[in-house]
Design a protein around this ligand. Structure first.
Ligand code: ACO
Length: 136
């Protein structure tokens, strides 16, 4: 028995397994709309749900390095093209410096309903450059 972590990264064998997985979900969870299952299994955006640096280490560049590592990993290991985050109002400046914008270019039906929104935050998007080396 073997367990593997998979994402929609364009590799043929992974796509075959993901489609198989999608079919299992569709059969075993018949009340779930099929489009919903396809989206959750295949989607290529990542949500940054929580992001924080311990208080006495803030504004020393760690948040930037963390985000750069995350971009590199998400792109190279998971094939992601975009991040979405609900940024706290007081962290919007940080996210702008990490390349996030308040304009959302991803089609709404790919993320609407999947990302929890809350008062005091704003949805932001970051496109991950397909080639840029984000880390040394
Ligand atoms: N508002 C505006 N600008 C900021 C903020 C902020 N809150 N925090 C950092 N910056 C700026 C820095 O001044 C720096 O600017 P520079 O490049 O011109 O010098 C740049 O952003 C990068 O700063 P880092 O030192 O890399 O950021 P840091 O290590 O402090 O991490 C973080 C940023 C994660 C926001 C951290 O300050 C933190 O944990 N804050 C408290 C928790 C928080 O607000 N988290 C985000 C909530 S939203 C969410 O989780 C999805």
């Amino acid at each position: 028995l073997k367990f593997v972590c998979l994402s929609n990264d364009g590799i043929d064998q992974h796509m075959i397994w993901l489609v198989g997985l999608k079919n299992i979900f569709a059969r075993q969870l018949p009340n779930m709309p099929k489009e919903y299952i396809v989206r959750l299994v295949m989607d290529r955006f990542g949500e940054i749900a929580f992001c924080a640096i311990t208080a006495d280490e803030q504004v020393k560049g760690y948040g930037t390095r963390l985000m750069n590592h995350l971009k590199q990993h998400a792109r190279d290991e998971d094939g992601l093209t975009h991040f979405l985050t609900y940024a706290d109002n007081n962290a919007v400046g940080y996210f702008i410096k990490q390349g996030f914008t308040k304009e959302i270019h991803l089609e709404k039906d790919r993320w609407h309903g999947y990302i929890k929104d809350y008062d005091g935050g704003i949805l932001m998007e970051c496109r991950i450059d397909p080639k840029l080396p984000y880390t040394d």
